[in-house]
Design a protein around this ligand. Sequence first.
Ligand code: THU
Length: 137
Amino acid sequence: MATGENMLDAEALMKAASAAAGQAYAPYSRAMVGCALISGSGNLYRGCNVENASFGLTICAERNAIFAGVAAEGAGFRIARLAVIARGLEFPPCGACRQVIAEFADADVLVCFMSGGRIETMMLRELLPAGFKFELI
Ligand code: THU
């Protein structure tokens, strides 16, 4: 948990994500990815990507951060803000992670990522305008 910083601030959250990227296990892609999020309860959770020799078993940094939040807070876990950063790469969360973010976040939640050397912030509804919902008809 960071102290003395407003972790809802995009730069502070990016710093926490960057520290998490240092923990990445990425011997195959060499892409060191880190994610930091603030939960609805105000707690900070971090995650890094963890790869596997069976490539499809790899888990992204965002999902690891989210699952750490659920493990700590239980089914009431919600995302207030999320940031992702990689070393030497720039990208918004992948499609799979957008869907998982949507499970725990309102459509207006802000997602921060690097683009063109600066922090880009987009609402979840912009990143995932038509996500899957489990609604029986
Ligand atoms: N990766 C993430 O951690 N988050 C994303 O949103 C996209 C990709 C990781 C997975 C893999 O370890 C590496 O980046 C290259 O795809």
